[in-house]
Design a protein around this ligand. Sequence first.
Ligand SMILES: *Cc1c(COP(=O)(O)O)cnc(C)c1O
Length: 403
Amino acid sequence: MSDIESAHTLSEPGALGPADSIPLCVPALRGNERAYVDEALQTNWISSVGPFVDRFEREAAAHVGATHGVATTSGTAALHVGLLLARVEPGDAVLVSTLAFVAPANAVRYVGAHPIFVDAEPDYWQLDADKLAHFLAHECRLGSGGLIDRTTGRRVRAILPVHILGHPVDLDPVLELAARYGLAVVEDAAESFGARYRSSEVGAYGGLGCLSFNGNKLVTAGGGGMIVTNDESLARRARYLTTQAKDDPIGYVHREIGFNYRLSNVQAAIGCAQLEQVDSLVAAKRRVAARYADAFAPIRGLEFMREASWATSACWLSTLLVDPDVHEGGRERLRLALLLNGIQSRPLWQPLHLSPAHAGARATDCREAERIGGRGLSLPSSVSLSSCDQQHVIDAVLKELER
Ligand SMILES: *Cc1c(COP(=O)(O)O)cnc(C)c1O
């Protein structure tokens, strides 16, 4: 498995090590998941409409402070439709965080647009608004059709900030730049459901947000996603595009190319049961992160993820950076040592401006993303991680780094 792939694969105990290995991140189905799935099966609502879909849309949107939610088959599908809703057109450019999972950049390509990758800031590893501002001011010009990238001549249409690892992007300056330059904002909150930026949950700040309910995300539906917005007409259009753009409910009349992107009622049933537990899920993730942070604070050459004063992180995946100048062999050596101890960990993603799949894309100077991406390792972060198992992880990290 590649790093990117495995970091987003549901870890199965025993899949990568001894049978008693500690997985990276597995779901905890401790609530009404089974009861609600049974209800969906017994009532014969198993497909793309049903009471759990309606409830899931209502409650997930409400949780992030949005008035509308449109459930989708995946977070990637939500991003695809989100970019269409933002009127990104073929040949346009979209500014995207480079230190992120590949899905948002791929979604930009699905609509025929081109990503421009933006570096991460060094403190919380999120999209760097200063570098974004610099790019907009110095690499673009205002033309008759909007903002134009001087180098490629492409119209810059939107910003796609990705809240990574459970922590929010500093959104105020991003939203201010978007307003100043007339750009749409599509938030990727797939990894940060339950996180707060200043006083509100992330997802609905920029007008359009995308969520994921993949198996390894904080709230899971087995798989699934959602577009959230406060704009009723955007929500209506999202529903239209995700249901094959049906213009006539009886005749098969379609004025546009639509998609079959609707979430099933069975999956929504799991999602509803998970949502009932969201506060305890976030609390468990934060507890795991706090224990790691305490244990690792004294270690030289180890930087554990931090939380900004303006943020409440959902601490989705507890992640540390290993300084290879202090610890010979760096992150990879630690990863292998953990594996020998039956502990699954995952390197952070290859920054997207270095991804062969996006070769040739425009980018700001991305040296921070390269530093963080090259040093980052995510540790076991399941909400069900026992303190005993976590101590085993901590001991193994300390033993390796204190050698
Ligand atoms: C998981 C993830 C997605 C995609 O969600 P899927 O439901 O797996 O399609 C998008 N963006 C980010 C940042 C993610 O981590």
